[in-house]
Write a protein that binds this ligand. Structure first.
Ligand SMILES: NC(=O)c1ccc[n+]([C@@H]2O[C@H](COP(=O)([O-])OP(=O)(O)OC[C@H]3O[C@@H](n4cnc5c(N)ncnc54)[C@H](O)[C@@H]3O)[C@@H](O)[C@H]2O)c1
Length: 335
């Protein structure tokens, strides 16, 4: 059971137009109110996978939802407007309110139209969740310029476009707002995904910059690094140690959008199955000083024994995968 402490900003239309027999009207009659009642939330990539689960959960908690999706394939091909429209119909059939926007997140004009759809229809934009994403995997030495640009534009620029448009509105609102980004554990490094990993790392830095710059305006910015069964994770060539469903990720996003999370900003949370984990903030861990200016020779003599390195956990993981694959192949050969 949730109780809402949401006070809609002045000028916001706050009329409930649900028929008395709709699920939401019944919930309200039973004294239950949603975690996001009165909030207007735009969700990119809401047509499928994790975005769809987040949009349904937000609507079920009382949010009015801008469903932004261009209905593309995994690599960003074959756009279809029906995907966003079908989800809006589903939300409305369940007694919720939603509007479809078939705009790509890759241009600032597109980001502005996504945000404007919420503002024009319901008078504000209280949350933006940037989930839209594509994959174009290739080893760095073979990656084309187009593969790089398409992935960085969809993920990193696709966060900038909606965050920029929304924060311009949120900074003037009494209630501020929430920006929720979607990064990935790949931001710490990934083998055949230099474009994706770089974009996801950029998103983490964007979130920290937004959190720092917008704190005084009551606008929070956080990132979620999910793992969930979708067409995107079906592509991962190895077995993931932890796995869950999109519906396991949605409650954390709903929380981050709510008034209960107004104090949470600048964070990166992993969400997978029943687990939520927080990532550390990057900082210097050790330092060594020269007497005067360093020379390459002095660095070669002293670096290993002083500051040394911070070993990449991914290198050890890859080594373990390689060994396991070799052992499996050897066992199959001797069988
Ligand atoms: N599934 C996982 O395990 C996992 C792991 C780490 C990170 N993520 C991240 O979570 C997010 C969602 O992933 P998913 O697995 O649900 O993927 P998905 O492929 O199922 O869904 C992505 C959605 O984004 C939409 N989209 C793509 N390009 C768009 C554009 N330019 N404009 C608007 N919409 C666009 C697609 O049409 C699709 O509906 C992505 O950012 C992904 O990188 C997912």
């Amino acid at each position: 059971m949730f109780s809402s402490s949401v006070n809609p900003p002045e000028g916001r239309r706050d009329v409930d137009e649900h028929p008395a027999d709709s699920p939401r009207a019944q919930e309200e009659a039973a004294g239950m109110s949603g975690f996001l009642d009165g909030k207007v939330v735009a969700i990119t990539g809401a047509g499928g996978g994790i975005g769809r689960a987040v949009a349904l959960a937000a609507a079920a908690e009382g949010a009015r939802v801008v469903v932004a999706d261009i209905g593309v394939g995994l690599a960003g091909e074959d756009p279809k407007s029906e995907v966003a429209e079908a989800l809006v119909a589903e939300i409305e059939a369940g007694g919720g309110e939603a509007v479809a926007v078939g705009e790509s997140v890759t241009t600032l004009a597109g980001g502005e139209r996504i945000v404007a759809a919420g503002v024009e229809r319901w008078g504000s934009i209280d949350g933006v969740v940037a989930i839209a994403g594509i994959l174009r995997e290739r080893m760095l030495f073979n990656m084309s310029e187009d593969e790089w640009d398409a992935v960085v534009e969809t993920h990193l620029k696709g966060h900038f476009t909606v965050f920029r448009a929304a924060s311009a509105v949120m900074r003037k609102q009494a209630g501020g707002g929430s920006l929720v980004a979607f990064t990935s554990g790949a931001f710490a490094g990934s083998v055949a995904q230099a474009n994706y990993a770089a974009a996801k790392g950029g998103i983490v830095s964007l979130v920290r910059s937004a959190a720092a710059g917008l704190h005084r305006y009551g606008v929070t910015a956080n990132a979620v690094a999910p793992v969930a069964r979708t067409r995107m994770s079906a592509n991962v060539p190895m077995d993931l140690a932890e796995m869950g469903d999109p519906e396991d990720v949605a409650p954390l996003v709903v929380y981050l959008l709510s008034d209960r999370a107004r104090h949470v900003t600048g964070q990166v949370y992993t969400a997978v199955g029943p687990k939520i984990a927080v990532w550390n903030q990057p900082r210097e861990v050790r330092a060594v000083y020269a007497d005067g200016r360093w020379t390459p020779e002095a660095i070669a003599e002293r670096l290993d024994s002083t500051v040394g390195q911070e070993r990449m956990p991914l290198l050890d993981q890859l080594e373990a995968y390689r060994k396991a694959a070799e052992e499996k192949a050897a066992a199959a050969g001797s069988a």
